[in-house]
Ligand binder design. Structure first.
Ligand code: ZN
Length: 129
């Protein structure tokens, strides 16, 4: 499920494991209801540091019952937040041409991670000239 974060409430820790609690709603779904979720740090697959999760980010969530089992960051409201959350990109050993690592998708209205001039990894739209 694609889930757009509207607000990050707090970052938990202590004995129950490291978590982030946030609100948001299923992305671009009619009558989507706002919900509050607590996501375990270990479920954040491509985000190195849960404190880098912020409002305006789009997550791909997989649930196991009520619990979020996997959360993958797909996009963010701006470039700085996306890059900070994703951390250092994994680059090929040899690069022959400039590589695009992120761009703003006009269709999603989000910054998304890409490699080269690939279509938007969220909606499939191609870059505008
Ligand atoms: Zn898109």
């Amino acid at each position: 499920m694609h889930f757009l974060i509207s607000e990050v409430h707090n970052f938990g820790g202590f004995f129950g494991g490291d978590t982030v609690t946030l609100s948001g709603a299923p992305w671009r779904m009619e009558d989507a209801e706002e919900q509050t979720l607590t996501i375990d740090d270990a479920a954040l697959l491509n985000v190195g540091e849960r404190h880098h999760i912020s409002a305006g980010m789009l997550l791909d969530l997989e649930f196991a019952g009520e619990r979020v089992e996997r959360a993958v960051l797909l996009g963010a409201a701006n470039h700085a937040e996306l890059r900070r959350a994703l951390g250092e990109p994994e680059l090929p050993a040899h690069i022959d041409a400039p590589l695009i690592l992120a761009r703003r998708c006009q269709s999603c209205e989000l910054w998304v991670a890409v490699v080269a001039a690939a279509p938007c990894s969220v909606c499939g739209a191609t870059a505008e000239p």
